[in-house]
Design a protein around this ligand. Structure first.
Ligand code: NAD
Length: 501
């Protein structure tokens, strides 16, 4: 940790445990042990509010990944984990959840510092959401069952299906929800008896390395969860190509998802891809404007707009177009932007200098394409990768700011005249992660739900997530589901068993 980060945490204060962790040497977690990379190479990690160095983590080598995959294979086929009963898996996941809860403040601080997340939202959504998911999936460990089936072939047979864990899962997560996405990727496979090799994003490896300590403390058998750190182009790439993994579970951009998908298909591995989005919000003539404004606050202006399912395009009926724009801008302009350890802030920085530059370039592109700036539009003077919440109006569907994922606090607005036109515009995009509609008309709401091509559709809200509701996209937002009972199926193989009587 450099002096800039040190001064920052001194100013706001963190738990002793956070200080001890940040001052410790960060190591990967392979086969139940904390290890350096085999060539001792490291990667630096930057704190986005100060642009200071917060730590260094090992840059895993090919050899390290091979060791992690071998450990996961041993744990799955022969190790202690392979012998564990479902109830034992349930108990260990509960113990991990309890330890995460006990260390809630520390984990939120580490995550806030590592990923530039506003501390209060980080606690409520990232960490508590993860505890909920660990407990939810723990409950499923004892409830995986097959079915007996009547068959009509000649002879007498007793026939049933068995649900068996797939094996070793190579899991890769992005930087926008480092801890939470990691739990999304590991809770379900561990619950059903798979083993996992997890790679966090290179920008945000710290909270999952802290999680490794908690897993060890909880008594998770060695090899069940392995964490390797490093760059996607090397560590991630080698992991997804590894011949000894059985499933790739990836969350990240569509661009990288396509590379990962090709590698998985090469080995005929199972595959889940949770990818990018450009989710539309459709505001019909009778919408409750207050609900629309709240939805923008909890999606595109939450987490500095670095939300895969954030409502980033808004289609507004022409009759209420200006009042809706004004109401969104009023609330956006009132958002307090600042240091993420300050509990009173609403929005922290972007993750990195390059992400901030990408967002600024997109805003300029929108203006060059003819958009009208309603609020924001600039980056905030550093240090820190801060940006203003931005609303660009009078856009059209052909514009790049409407079609492409910006991944920042930038909302683009388009007016419409008929409901049919609005749905057609909303569907006119390569992505299909999520969508929302705002109306008091229940028939219009239901019709829109079925017409929108998206993995999740919200009515009069946006970006609500629950552990019991599956989440995943269609079109170029990927395939497969995380969360809910549906996720379990993606880590299970169905075996058909025939017994001639
Ligand atoms: P990214 O695709 O650049 O990286 C995601 C992960 O993949 C990182 O861990 C990275 O190191 C790794 N990676 C990079 N190149 C790789 C390669 N060649 N092989 C294997 N792994 C590789 O995405 P990002 O910038 O970290 O995250 C932002 C993206 O994630 C956005 O597009 C966002 O919409 C998406 N996202 C989707 C969801 C969802 O549930 N659909 C959730 C969160 C984020």
């Amino acid at each position: 940790m450099d002096s800039k980060v040190q001064a920052y945490i001194d100013q706001y204060g963190v738990t002793d445990e956070t200080r001890i962790f940040l001052n410790s040497r960060h190591l990967m977690y392979i086969n139940g042990e904390f290890v350096n990379s085999s060539d001792s190479a490291t990667l630096t990690v930057i704190e986005p509010c100060t642009e200071g160095l917060i730590g260094e983590v090992p840059a895993a080598t090919t050899e390290d990944i091979n060791t992690a995959v071998a450990a996961a294979n041993h744990a799955f086929h022969k190790g202690e984990w392979s012998q564990w009963k479902p109830a034992q898996r349930e108990q260990v996941l509960h113990r991990i959840a309890d330890l995460v809860e006990k260390n809630l403040q520390t984990l939120a601080e580490i995550e806030s510092l590592d990923a530039g997340k506003a501390i209060e939202g980080c606690k409520a959504v990232d960490i508590i959401g993860s505890i909920d998911l660990l407990r939810y999936m723990a409950g499923w460990a004892t409830k995986i069952d097959g079915a007996t089936r009547p068959v009509s072939v000649d002879g007498e047979h007793f026939v049933y299906t068995l649900k068996e864990p797939l094996g070793v899962v190579g899991a890769i997560v992005p930087w926008n929800w480092p801890f939470n996405m990691a739990i999304w990727k590991l809770a379900a496979p561990l619950a059903v008896g798979c083993t996992v090799v997890l790679k966090p994003a290179q920008q945000t490896p710290l909270s999952v390395l802290y999680l490794a300590k908690l897993c060890q403390q909880a008594g998770l058998p060695k090899g069940a969860l392995n964490i390797v750190t490093g760059k996607g182009s090397t560590v991630g790439n080698h992991l997804v190509q590894h011949p000894d993994i059985d499933k790739v579970s990836f969350t990240g951009s569509t661009e990288v998802g396509k590379i990962v998908g090709k590698a998985a298909i090469e080995n005929l591995n199972h595959l889940t891809l949770e990818l990018g989005g450009k989710s539309p919000m459709v505001v019909f003539e009778d919408a409750d404007i207050g609900k629309v404004v709240d939805a923008t606050q909890q999606s595109i202006f939450f987490n500095t707009g670095q939300v895969c399912s954030g409502g980033s395009r808004i289609y507004i009926h022409r009759s209420i177009y200006e009042p809706v724009l004004e109401a969104i801008a009023r609330k956006a302009n009132a958002m307090k932007i600042g240091a993420t350890l300050d509990p009173s802030i609403a929005m922290g920085p972007a993750i990195s200098a390059s992400q901030k530059q990408t967002v600024v370039s997109y805003i300029q592109l929108g203006l060059d394409e003819g958009a009208r700036l309603i609020c924001g539009g600039k980056s905030v003077q550093g240090p820190g990768y801060f940006l203003e919440p931005t609303l660009l109006a009078d856009c059209s569907n052909e514009m790049r700011v409407v079609q492409e994922e910006i991944f920042g606090p930038v909302l683009v607005a388009i007016p419409f005249d008929t409901n049919e036109e609005a749905i057609a515009l909303a569907n006119d995009n390569i992505y299909g992660l999520a969508a929302s509609v705002f109306t008091q008309d229940i028939s219009l709401a239901h019709r829109s739900v079925s017409q929108l091509k998206a993995g999740t559709v919200w009515v009069n809200t946006h970006d609500m997530i629950d552990v019991n509701m599956p989440f995943g996209g269609v079109k170029q937002s990927g395939f497969g589901k995380d969360l809910g009972p549906e996720q379990l199926e993606y880590f299970l193989e169905t075996k058909s068993v025939w017994i001639a009587l």
